[in-house]
Design a protein around this ligand. Sequence first.
Ligand SMILES: Cc1ncc(COP(=O)(O)O)c(C=O)c1O
Length: 454
Amino acid sequence: MTSNNPQTREWQALSNDHHLAPFSDFKQLKEKGPRIITHAKGVYLWDSEGNQILDGMAGLWCVAIGYGRDELADAASKQMRELPYYNLFFQTAHPPVLELAKAISDIAPEGMNHVFFTGSGSEGNDTMLRMVRHYWAIKGQPNKKVIISRKNGYHGSTVAGASLGGMTYMHEQGDLPIPGIVHIAQPYWFAEGGDMTPEEFGIWAANQLEEKILEVGVDNVGAFIAEPIQGAGGVIIPPDSYWPRIKEILAKYDILFVADEVICGFGRTGEWFGSDFYDLKPDMMTIAKGLTSGYIPMGGLIVRDAVVDVLNEGGDFNHGFTYSGHPVAAAVALENIRIMRDEKIIERVHAETAPYLQKRLRELNDHPLVGEVRGVGLLGAIELVQDKATRKRYEGKGVGMICRQFCFDNGLIMRAVGDTMIIAPPLVITPAEIDELVTKARKCLDLTLSALQG
Ligand SMILES: Cc1ncc(COP(=O)(O)O)c(C=O)c1O
């Protein structure tokens, strides 16, 4: 706890004494004390020390329309006064959830016109697992239970979410994955492509799906789940050959395809959904994050009509949450979608800011520490390496964490996944703010390189 500010020290003491933070080393956090974020506007955060920080991660990939939009606060306040809560169990509903289900159907890919609401992306994927198995049971194929997922994919942190995800460090705690979930290789050419070209590697990685279907037996496989672009795994943009080959395989075998759109959905790629960007035809799409721009928790599962037709014949679906379709969250989500549409935010990402960010980011390719810059829409990744030609990393130096700290200290939030720096700024970022982001990123790369050499 190094702050001279008594207020910061007081908050950090509260953290030490009472708070258990997600994805944190509790003991280490006590020694250091958390950075206290006090307020935010547009793409900027302020901490309790008075530092202004450009949020290159839109919170946790979620603050699509930027911080400080009064309209969302007003929508929440109005709904809280009118109907702060009612549940959707027992054959009841309320206007905001119904209007939201319609608004989502209007923007979802063709033929996806039904939404099951949850409180988070993880709950959306738990819902998916149960719905997939229920679906196959109704169709008289109850053995089709296995879900194929990918190594280093991220699908949440509940027991099912973490099992579906392919993060080994999560599996190591608590005996995961649960049975019935298997993982195949990820399409991460930079780290795992070896001597193959990206195109060859994309085909190889996609073929792992077919091999796994045959190994498990198509009569036992319920679904394949994947993020269109892996976010938390390190903004992994599949080689161009990957999705077309996956689509061929999916067309060949009778299994469901679930696109986890928790990060890619709601404009991140410059289209409403990552599935639009790659022309995927999912049977289900998990959503959260950008749905409410993170102003209030909400997630869900968008389901294809043909799947709903089967579910309609299955009697009760014995699943749901107290906060499924919470009226206040639904009112905020509706207002968020209205703003995205009326202000043409995704159109602007597509036509202006995504091409500009991608162009400016790639200028960092000339930096000695940078092995690859990649990105799509307002997603970007910078690979930090010791040797550009061979893609060799600095072993055991924690280069990503060093760079992340320099970013924090220099007014930029850029996340580190191992030695991959990643960004996903709010969708409302302007070209001038992109310039600031790239300038700060270059400065932090310089500082990181100096630290490694010193
Ligand atoms: C692709 C993906 N799926 C699911 C989740 C889990 O969402 P939540 O943290 O809202 O449970 C995340 C969270 O980062 C995610 O990135």
